[in-house]
Design a protein around this ligand. Structure first.
Ligand SMILES: *Cc1c(COP(=O)(O)O)cnc(C)c1O
Length: 386
C-alpha cells in the first residue's frame, strides 16, 4: 500500500464528520445503545464495536488502521506509552515456568519488567548479545517461549538479524517481538521478515513534537485480539483520544521529518569524523559499523541517533562539553523537533568515573529538525570550550 495513501487517507471517512479534513477527537468515555439486544452484542465482543473507551474509540481506530498498514500488519493496538505496549505484548505471551530470551541492553523499563516483575511470577529471562545469530540462539532452552529483540537499540545501536532469528523461532514455536522504535516502519518492516509482534514507541518519531506519549503493537488479527481482550482492557493502558489525535497529526509529516533528519544526520556524521575530541562513533548505516552489511540488508534508512565516545580523561571535560551546548538540549527521549544530547555519565556517581571504561565516555546525540549548520556551529563551540 502506498505510504502517502496510508498517511493521508486510510481509515478516514470525512463525509461522516462534515467533510472536515482533520478527524474529530471523539472525547467520550462511553457509547449508548437503543436496545438491550444491541448492548448484549456489544458485551459479547468488545472488539466488535464501540462500548467503552478503555476498549475501542473511533479516533484511536483511525490511528490503528494507519499504523497497522505502515507495518504491513493485519492489526495494531495503540497504548498510552511505549512501556505499556512492551508490558502488554510480553505479558500476553508468557506464563509461569516460561523462559524468555532477550537481546542484551534492552530499553531500561523493558529490562525492569524482565529483571524485577516477571521473576515474581516464575518467568526467567536470559540476556544475550544478538550480534552473532547462532550464538544468540544457542541460549534457547526447552522452556523458551518468547524471544525479545530491539534492533537497533537506543545507546549502542546494536542490531540483530531479524529474518534469521524469526525462521528458527517459528520452527520451535517461539513467539518473537521486536522494539522497532529507532527505524519506525518507514525504515524497517519486521513483519515482512517473519517477526510476530512489532512494537514502537509513538512518543518518538510518530508523535514527532515532544508533546505526547504513545506506544504501538502490530501483528496478526489473532495476536492483537488476544492482547486486546486481556492485557489491553485489564491494565487499561490504551491511548486517550486526544493523544491519539496528536499522533495522527504527527504521522502526517513523518516521511518528510525522517527525510530531513536523515540529511542532517549525514552532515553531522561528516563533522564527527573530523572532530579530534571524538574517539569513535556508532551509526548503523556507516561503513565503520561492525554489522554494516546486515544493517543495509534489513534497514532502508537510519537517522537521528548517533552515539560517540568522547576523548576525555576527566568527567569534567564531558560535563563542560554538554553544559556548553545551546542548540542541543539535554534531555531524555528523542524523535521530536528538537536536537538533544545525553551523556552516559549522567547516570554515574562522578567519583566512579573511569576513563578506561569507554561506556563512561559514551554520549548520545539526537539530530532534530533544526538547520544542520545551526547544530554544527553549536557542537564546534562546545568542543572548543571543553
Ligand atoms: C522511549 C523508548 C521506549 C519507551 O517508550 P515510552 O513511550 O517512553 O514509554 C521503549 N523503547 C525504546 C527503544 C525507547 O526509545
Amino acid at each position: 500500500m502506498d505510504i502517502s495513501y496510508i498517511i493521508n487517507h486510510l481509515g478516514e471517512d470525512n463525509a461522516s464528520y462534515f467533510n472536515a479534513i482533520a478527524p474529530p477527537i471523539i472525547q467520550t468515555s462511553n457509547f449508548s445503545f437503543s436496545t438491550v439486544d444491541d448492548l448484549r452484542n456489544a458485551f459479547a465482543d468488545e472488539m466488535g464495536g464501540y462500548l467503552y473507551s478503555r476498549g475501542l474509540n473511533p479516533t484511536v481506530d483511525i490511528l490503528r488502521k494507519k499504523l497497522a498498514a505502515l507495518d504491513g500488519a493485519e492489526d495494531a493496538l495503540v497504548f498510552n506509552n511505549g512501556a505499556a505496549a512492551v508490558f502488554a505484548g510480553v505479558l500476553a505471551n508468557v506464563k509461569a515456568g516460561d523462559h524468555i530470551l532477550s537481546v542484551h541492553h534492552p530499553y531500561s523499563w523493558t529490562a525492569h519488567l524482565f529483571d524485577k516483575l516477571l521473576p515474581r511470577f516464575g518467568i526467567t529471562v536470559t540476556y544475550a548479545d544478538g550480534a552473532n545469530t547462532s550464538e544468540f540462539l544457542s541460549h534457547i532452552q526447552p522452556n523458551t517461549t518468547f524471544i525479545y529483540l530491539e534492533s537497533p537499540n537506543s545507546w549502542w545501536l546494536d542490531i540483530q538479524d531479524l529474518s534469521a532469528i524469526a525462521i528458527v523461532a517459528k520452527e520451535k514455536g517461539i513467539i518473537t517481538m521486536v522494539d522497532n522504535t529507532y527505524c519506525t516502519p518507514l525504515y524497517q518492516r519486521p513483519i515482512d521478515m517473519g517477526i510476530d509482534i512489532v512494537m514502537q514507541t509513538a512518543t518518538k518519531y510518530i508523535g514527532g513534537h515532544s508533546d505526547t506519549l504513545g506506544g504501538v503493537l502490530c501483528g496478526s488479527l489473532a495476536m492483537m485480539r488476544k492482547i486486546f481482550l486481556s492485557e489491553y482492557l485489564c491494565v487499561g493502558s490504551g491511548i486517550q483520544p486526544f493523544n491519539a489525535w496528536l499522533l495522527l497529526r504527527g504521522l502526517r509529516t513523518l516521511p518528510s521529518r525522517l527525510d530531513r533528519i536523515s540529511a542532517s544526520t549525514q552532515k553531522v556524521l561528516e563533522y564527527i569524523k573530523t572532530e579530534p575530541r571524538i574517539e569513535s562513533f556508532i551509526f548503523p548505516l556507516d561503513p565503520s559499523y561492525p554489522q554494516f552489511e546486515l544493517a543495509q540488508k534489513q534497514m532502508s534508512g537510519a537517522c537521528g541517533l548517533i552515539s560517540f565516545y568522547m576523548n576525555a580523561q576527566r568527567i569534567e571535560e564531558i560535563e563542560l562539553f554538554c553544559n556548553s551546548l545551546k542548540a542541543f538540549r539535554m534531555a531524555v527521549s528523542w524523535g521530536g523537533h528538537e536536537s538533544l544530547i545525553i551523556p552516559k555519565c549522567a547516570g554515574l556517581n562522578p567519583a566512579d568515573f573511569d576513563p578506561a571504561n569507554s561506556t563512561h565516555r559514551l554520549i548520545r546525540l539526537y539530530i532534530g529538525l533544526e538547520d544542520p549548520e545551526f547544530l554544527l556551529n553549536d557542537l564546534k563551540q562546545a568542543f572548543a570550550m571543553s
